[in-house]
Design a protein around this ligand. Structure first.
Ligand code: GUN
Length: 280
């Protein structure tokens, strides 16, 4: 069994990006945080630190929980026009009174480093992949590539069908000629599906969702879950002790997909700055 070391690969990517940033006049990422959700605040501070580490200016836009949609839209429009801003990230989830899909569709697609704008989603689904690709799914593909794991002709089972993870991972693997099975909360017999997996990608947020008896020998396992146990320990959705005994490759939590997500955000931001130089 081989550990898919996301921490190590993310470090390598960040070293490369540091050099790319030096060749550019300025790279800026705006992170919009609405409200004071604790997990969101933690993610935003991690993104900010990572930006500073590679020389990207991080522009934090903190807005109150009770902001109305119109005011949030006007903040987005300002960032769309700001030449110092190469990437715009609106931290999700947004408060319930705000229409998230509408907000995401108003970000300039050329600055949409999260890859959530419908134009970028379309470019991914249609297989050209010329727009921005969501960070966690892109990190998953980079990890597979780093370890020479080809999805071509394999059965890939994805558990979780979110717009942020499950659906874009499915598109990326399908574009690489994998056979795709997407499971979700209404899937009747999850184990019947996961037992078919050559590649198993799980991003649900439920501790021990996948046990040892639910996978076959040699499976490649990608765990996107981040769960905090009552003792403070961070674990994924996979029972690591059980599943790692059968897996050929497996991501640890922490140190697997998480660091890759942030590295891909930085990569997309640098890409946006490089594209800007080509556009003007
Ligand atoms: N919330 C959870 N994951 C993400 C992500 O990748 N991007 C944004 N913007 N919000 C998130």
């Amino acid at each position: 069994m081989t550990i898919l070391d996301g921490k190590k690969l993310a470090e390598k990517v960040r070293n490369e990006l540091r050099n790319d940033v030096k060749k550019l006049d300025h790279v800026g990422l705006a992170v919009v945080l609405v409200g004071d959700d604790e997990a969101s605040r933690l993610y935003v501070s991690m993104k900010k630190k990572a930006c500073e580490d590679v020389g990207i200016e991080s522009i934090e836009v903190k807005l109150p929980n009770n902001i109305n949609e119109e005011m949030l839209i006007s903040e987005i429009e300002k960032l769309n026009l700001d030449s110092k801003v190469d990437g715009i990230l609106v931290q999700l989830p947004l408060p319930k009174h705000i229409n998230s899909a509408k907000i995401l569709s108003l970000i300039d697609p050329n600055k949409d480093v999260d890859g959530f704008h419908p134009q970028n989603v379309g470019l991914l689904v249609t297989g050209t992949e010329t727009g921005f690709i969501p960070c966690t799914p892109l990190g998953v593909i980079k990890l597979l590539e780093e370890y020479n794991i080809s999805p071509k002709g394999k059965n890939s089972v994805i558990v979780g069908a979110s717009n942020i993870v499950g659906k874009p991972v499915a598109s990326l693997l399908l574009n690489r000629n994998s056979t795709i099975d997407i499971c979700h909360i209404y899937t009747q017999d999850l184990k019947a599906h996961t037992l078919q997996a050559d590649i198993l990608v799980v991003g649900v947020g439920k501790t021990d969702l996948i046990r040892g008896d639910m996978v076959k020998d040699g499976v490649v396992v990608i765990d996107i879950g981040i769960n905090k146990l009552s003792n403070g320990k961070i674990v994924g959705d996979i029972n690591f002790d059980e599943v790692s005994k059968k897996a050929s490759y497996i991501t640890p939590v922490p140190g697997g997909v998480g660091p890759m997500t942030i590295a891909m955000l930085l990569q997309n931001t640098v890409q946006s700055a490089q594209n800007k130089n080509k556009r003007y």
